[in-house]
Design a protein around this ligand. Structure first.
Ligand code: PEP
Ligand code: MN
Length: 350
């Protein structure tokens, strides 16, 4: 249920409604929109006296939320949310924010090389897994905290923000000490203990869609994070498992406009895991911008042929720079912006 407050409601009246909701067993979430203040009341049971809430001073009306997800729903917040990583890196605004880097942090020289090139090409966030959820226990599992330290150094050197994956609830504190954006991978989308833990800390979260998750299951997973009080969640479509075997996964491009209709949370696309094929990545990236994505997460490796994981889907830095130039032009047609690459030999004048 949403309690819509009158435009002139005072802070005391808002606090009184929140107190009453909590006494009735709901958890209350204040949602400050541009046009109005609403209080999302979530709980698992209907309360007999709920309708009397409309009598409290400052309350305009009560609106039931029909969707099973509540706090992530457009019903609760009609305007798009912005997730701000600081230093002008904002998801959910006009700019389509591009995150790029290797699948995994492998070594210092390679990471720093790719970070410089991602920044020069217009990327704003460096990706790289330090904890890798691998299908095989015998595959490279990541450099763990040493990898996080390298990412933090690359941030120092380039000004890029960093996004990296957490796979274990016990590591959330460690990750939040290093990362600007904490990624939940597809395999952990329904790791509810992990989602709750992420909801109780302040870092923004990038929530990937599960391998076989419906859009509703994905939004319900996001709801776990918001329900704990962290509203800074970005959704990431990364392809789903279908009968098609010529691609690693099938990019569900319709998820982008659909999620934009159903939820106020920013939505981004990972064209690399969606296809598993670097030749498809440029087309899927452009399709995502055209479909209304708020960002992209792209695997880029200085030498994809030597990558420890996901080389076949990784762009070279040169291919990435070319793609960024194309996206920069395309974004203008779509009423959005993408930061342009700096011309070779020049420095970014910002
Ligand atoms: C990744 O981004 O490196 C990753 C493991 O992705 P996903 O969880 O989408 O498979
Ligand atoms: Mn990968």
């Amino acid at each position: 249920m949403i309690v819509v407050m009158k435009l002139e409601a005072t802070p005391e009246q808002i606090a009184a409604v929140e107190k009453r909701l909590e006494a009735m067993g709901y958890s209350s979430h204040l949602i400050q929109g541009v046009e109005r203040i609403v209080i999302g009341a979530v709980g698992d049971k209907k309360h007999e006296g709920a309708s009397s809430l409309s009598l409290l001073p400052g309350v305009e009306k009560l609106v039931p939320v029909m969707a099973p997800y509540k706090l992530v729903s457009r019903e609760v917040k009609s305007e798009k949310s912005r997730v701000d990583l600081g230093c002008g890196v904002v998801f959910g605004g006009e700019e389509v924010v591009v995150m790029a880097g290797p699948c995994a942090v492998e070594d210092e020289a390679g990471l720093f090389e790719v970070a410089e090139k991602v920044a020069a090409a217009g990327g704003k966030v460096l990706r790289g897994g330090a904890f890798k959820p691998r299908t095989s226990p015998y595959s490279f599992q990541g450099l763990e905290e040493d990898g996080l330290k390298l990412l933090a150094e690359a941030r120092e050197q380039t000004g890029l923000k960093i996004v990296t994956e957490v796979i274990n609830p016990q590591d959330v504190e460690l990750l939040s000490a290093y990362a600007d954006l904490i990624q939940v991978g597809a395999r952990n989308m329904q790791n509810f203990a992990l989602l709750r833990e992420l909801g109780r800390q302040p870092r923004p979260v990038l929530l990937k869609r599960g391998l076989s998750a419906t859009i509703e299951e994905w939004l319900m997973a996001a709801e776990y994070i918001l329900a704990e009080g962290n509203y800074n969640v970005i959704l990431c479509e990364r392809g789903i498992r279908t009968f098609e075997s010529y691609t690693r996964n099938t990019l569900d491009i319709s998820a982008v406009p659909l999620v934009n209709r159903l939820s106020h949370l920013p939505v981004v696309v990972d064209p690399s895991h969606s296809s598993g094929d670097r030749e498809l990545v440029p087309a899927l990236s452009k399709a995502s911008v055209a479909a209304g994505a708020d960002g992209l997460l792209i695997e880029v490796h200085p030498r994809p042929e030597l990558a420890m994981c996901d080389g076949p889907q990784s762009l070279t830095p040169e291919d990435f720079a070319r793609l960024m130039q194309e996206l920069h032009v395309l974004a203008g047609v779509c009423g959005r912006t993408v930061r342009a690459p700096v011309p070779e030999g020049a420095t970014r004048g910002e």
